[in-house]
Design a protein around this ligand. Structure first.
Ligand code: HEM
Ligand code: HEM
Length: 176
C-alpha cells in the first residue's frame, strides 16, 4: 500500500524546496556581512520559505485526517519506532523553521512585510523588535541543525531499507 496521492505530491514538492532552502540558508548565513552580494539570496529564501509554510497548512491536516499505510511487516520493532520518531522530528522542524523564519522577518526592524516574488507583500503580524528578532534567529539556526540531522537519518533509513534489507522492506515504493 502507498501513501495517498496528495501526501506523495506534497512530500516531493516540499522535499525539493526544503533541500534548496537548507543549501541557500547556509550559504546566506556563511557569507561575510560586508560581502557586496550578501543579501542577494534573502528575498528568494524568504519567499520559498513562506510557500513551505502555506504548504504545511495543507499537509498537516491532510496527514492527520487521512489514512497512511501501516509500517512494513518486515521492519524490526526498533526500526518502526525510530522511523516514526524521525518523521515526528521532520514535521516539528518544518513547523519551527517556517514559523521562526516568518516571525524573524516580521519582527526585523529594517523591512516592512515579506515580498513574494514582487507580486504581493505579506503583511507583518508583530511589532518590530530587535530582541524578538534575535530569539527567532536563534530558534531558526537551532532548528536548521535539527532538520538537517533528522533529514540525514531519514535518507540513511530510506537507503538501508531499499538497498540492504531486500525488496520487501523497500519503503521508497510507498512514497513514489
Ligand atoms: C522550511 C523552511 C526553511 C528552511 C529549511 C530554512 C533554512 C535555513 C537555513 C539552513 C538557514 C541558515 C541557518 C544558520 O546557519 O544560522 C537559514 C537562514 C535564514 N532564513 Fe531560513 N529557512 C526556512 C524558512 C525561512 C522563512 C519562512 C524565512 C523568512 C520569511 C527565513 C529567513 C531566513 C533568514 C533571514 C536567514 C538568515 C539569517 C542570517 O542572516 O544568519 N527562512 N534558513
Ligand atoms: C531525496 C530526499 C528524500 C527521500 C528519498 C525521501 C523518502 C521518503 C520515503 C521513502 C518515505 C516513506 C517512509 C515510510 O514508508 O515510512 C518518506 C516519508 C517522509 N518524509 Fe521523506 N524523503 C526525502 C526528503 C524529505 C524531506 C526534505 C523531508 C522534510 C524535511 C521529508 C519528510 C518526510 C516525512 C515527514 C515523511 C513521513 C510521511 C508522513 O507521515 O507524512 N522527506 N520520505
Amino acid at each position: 500500500m502507498k501513501y495517498p496521492t496528495s501526501l506523495r505530491i506534497l512530500h516531493w514538492l516540499m522535499a525539493a524546496i526544503i533541500i534548496g532552502l537548507i543549501i541557500i540558508g547556509f550559504i546566506m548565513s556563511n557569507t561575510p556581512a560586508d560581502a557586496p552580494h550578501k543579501y542577494d539570496l534573502y528575498p528568494l529564501h524568504k519567499a520559498f520559505g513562506f510557500i513551505v509554510l502555506l504548504l504545511l497548512m495543507v499537509r498537516v491536516p491532510t496527514r492527520f485526517r487521512g489514512k497512511i499505510p501501516d509500517p512494513s511487516s518486515t521492519l524490526k520493532d526498533w526500526e518502526v519506532k525510530l522511523s516514526h520518531l524521525v518523521h515526528v522530528l521532520l514535521y516539528l522542524s518544518m513547523l519551527s523553521m517556517t514559523i521562526s523564519g516568518f516571525l524573524m522577518n516580521s519582527t526585523y526592524p529594517y523591512v516592512q512585510g515579506l515580498d513574494l516574488f514582487g507580486l504581493i507583500t505579506v503583511p507583518d503580524i508583530t511589532p518590530k523588535s530587535e530582541f524578538w528578532n534575535g530569539i527567532m534567529h536563534t530558534i531558526h539556526s537551532v532548528s536548521a541543525w535539527t532538520l538537517t540531522s533528522s533529514l540525514v537519518l531519514h535518507l540513511v533509513g530510506v537507503i538501508k531499507h531499499r538497498y540492504l534489507d531486500g525488496p520487501d522492506s523497500d519503503v521508497l515504493k510507498r512514497m513514489i
